[in-house]
Design a protein around this ligand. Structure first.
Ligand code: PAF
Length: 285
């Protein structure tokens, strides 16, 4: 199998490739990533290949979505490995710009997001969604794809992207794909690499606790005691700080006290050096 994948690093080269495809009447999909690719990312690429004729994957560790004390410097990077994985999943082009190409000297623009960007991850990472909004807006305008595919693992991020894409009339369809999990239920994430073997063995308890809570909440019961039970289970399993465990409206992410319409149960919790995110759907009671 040919594992070499063409790579472009400038907006100009990216647009030339996409223009060439468009001239042939081909549909284009974009899969934005920060690299360190796992099977969850590759599922996004395969889904993109079902939705379009050509798939571009971007690999860019975006500095504006990290706070100075966060893991930007030690975030795993492996462009050669990523490129081979993307090729095997049917990707046609890797877009890997430098930080300087994305944020040239004098860069001074922000994309302010509210609505679903309030609370949850924004409480502990206040800079995060602004950084994501800037980079994803840039990637959309650089590639001008027909469709872009994101994972539901980062559910709040997905809803924020859907919101600003609609609000700014960006002509890109945003497609979400259900979370891809390891055999034991742990949501796939590049940051799972930070877990020690002992922590890795405990980590699936997050998904188990959320699934049990989602089943209870589907009866329309009051959420607070159910959420408290999740916190107890996580503490008993040796997890660290719980940033949040919350029940939210599945679309707007407004807080809910019970699931009386389509809802989502979302959590962010620390285990050693890894901040694990997960979420599950909750059927209306
Ligand atoms: O989910 C990610 O990997 C990143 O937040 C994204 C969407 C590629 C923006 O940098």
């Amino acid at each position: 199998m040919d594992t070499s994948l063409p790579v472009v690093r400038s907006v100009c080269d990216l647009r030339a490739r996409v223009a060439d495809w468009r001239a042939q009447g081909l549909r284009v999909a974009l899969v934005p990533t920060m690299g360190a690719l796992h099977d969850g990312h590759l599922a996004l690429v395969r889904r993109a290949g079902e939705l379009a004729d050509r798939v571009v994957a971007s690999v860019f560790v975006n500095p504006t979505q990290f706070a100075p004390h966060e893991d930007f410097d030690r975030y795993p990077r492996d462009e050669a490995g990523d490129s081979a994985k993307l090729a095997s999943a049917g990707c046609h082009l890797l877009y890997a710009p430098s930080v300087r190409a994305m944020y040239p000297d004098g860069f001074a623009t922000s994309v302010a997001v509210a609505g679903p960007a309030r609370g949850l991850c924004a409480d502990s990472r206040p800079h995060f969604f602004g950084g994501v909004a800037v980079v994803v807006t840039k990637l959309f305008l650089q590639a001008l794809p027909d469709v872009a595919v994101f994972g539901e693992k980062d559910y709040q991020q997905l809803q924020v992207i859907r919101r600003f894409t609609r609000d700014l009339d960006i002509p890109v369809r945003v497609e979400g794909l259900p979370t891809v999990r390891e055999a034991d239920g742990l949501a796939m994430s590049s940051r799972n690499a930070y877990l020690t073997p002992d922590e890795r063995a405990r980590a699936p308890e997050l998904q188990r606790a959320l699934s049990a809570a989602a089943a209870a909440l589907a009866g329309g019961v009051e959420a607070a005691p159910v959420l408290e039970e999740v916190r107890h289970r996580l503490a008993a399993a040796g997890f660290g700080r719980v940033d949040y465990v919350e029940l939210r409206d599945a679309d707007t992410l407004e807080p809910l006290t019970r699931a009386d319409g389509p809802a989502r149960l979302l959590a962010a919790v620390w285990l050693g050096k890894a901040r694990l995110l997960d979420n599950v759907p909750v059927a209306a009671g």
